[in-house]
Design a protein around this ligand. Structure first.
Ligand code: HEC
Length: 163
């Protein structure tokens, strides 16, 4: 009786691990079947692996994307997107206004609006930093479809309003 109870307890952490693994795959693309032992399908993404299918897809070329027309961004929405861990996640690397637990890998952007940068240049940099710095660690939010055109405009409007 006692040993059955012990075995029952040992199953609890295992279940927890399986449940957590399931949660971790909820938000990210591509989707992964929940449960241990199933291989992830990363075949539609470029990656640095020499063994996975994604390692055979060439990286997308850097693009200096032009901003079409006026910015027309919503700063409040942009602020939310920049903070949203599953979206822009700019706070992973940048200090931005009112950020909670921001990272410090990238430059402090809390007063970006005073830098005098144009909307066009800012848009192109956030779209794909690699045209300016081929070795950047900043994810190309436009090229990699992390943010769509309107979301990029909103984030740029937020940066430009940061004074
Ligand atoms: C993984 C870290 C990382 C993330 C995430 C990140 N950045 Fe960056 N960012 C950097 C680094 C590092 C630089 C400095 C330039 C470089 O090294 O390429 C930078 C530079 C910039 C610059 C130009 C600043 C300058 O000095 O010219 C802007 C604007 C910017 N980031 C905005 C954003 C926005 C908006 C987001 C979210 C959509 C974001 N970054 C997400 C790391 C990051």
């Amino acid at each position: 009786m006692r040993s059955i109870f012990r075995k029952g307890l040992a199953v609890v952490p295992l279940l927890l691990v399986v449940a957590l693994a399931g949660c971790a795959t909820q938000s990210g693309k591509p989707t992964q079947a929940a449960g241990a032992g199933k291989a992830s399908d990363f075949s539609e993404w470029p990656c640095l692996s020499t063994t996975l299918p994604c390692g055979k897809i060439p990286n997308r070329k850097p693009v200096k994307q032009a901003l079409a027309g006026a910015l027309n961004g919503d700063a409040a929405r942009g602020k939310a997107l920049a903070n949203e861990r599953s979206k822009g996640n700019c706070v992973a690397c940048h200090q931005i206004q009112d950020a909670v637990q921001p990272g410090s890998k990238g430059p402090d952007l809390t007063t970006y609006g005073t830098w005098g940068r144009s909307d066009e240049e800012t848009y192109a940099l956030v779209y794909d930093m690699r045209w300016r710095n081929p070795d950047t660690v900043m994810p190309p939010a436009g090229i990699n479809q992390i943010l769509n055109d309107q979301e990029l405009r909103d984030v740029i409007a937020f940066l430009q309003s940061s004074k």
